[in-house]
Ligand binder design. Sequence first.
Ligand code: HEC
Length: 107
Amino acid sequence: MRFTLTAFLPAILFFCSCGQSIEEIEKLPIDEKGKALYENNCASCHGVDGKMGNSGAKDLSESTLTDQETINAILYGNEKGMPPFKDQLGSEENITLLLAYVKSLRK
Ligand code: HEC
């Protein structure tokens, strides 16, 4: 229980304090959406460059996951502190744009 709370608290704080809503993100031009989705949902733990590692988050610039594994991690999360984002990202298209952005952080 304590683990769950520590893992999710940065995300909860982040969602409450700042960032654009999904409705606002939907209005952005397509080439800005992936970055906006990332900065609003992921940067609190992974950092804008993917390397921050807050709450034990993995360095996304070092990730070697396949596209499908990356999508699964994003949608369903895991028991080691990655939260599930299935209900926060809106459309399939958004997930594809986010995946492309996450991969662009790799070396
Ligand atoms: C509450 C903090 C938190 C937030 C917010 C968060 N993550 Fe994570 N993420 C983690 C943690 C912790 C791990 C490492 C889990 C593990 O060790 O398997 C992780 C792992 C990952 C992985 C797996 C990397 C690998 O190589 O194994 C990916 C991909 C990922 N996150 C993407 C994202 C994306 C994209 C978002 C935004 C939609 C996001 N994360 C938001 C904490 C977070």
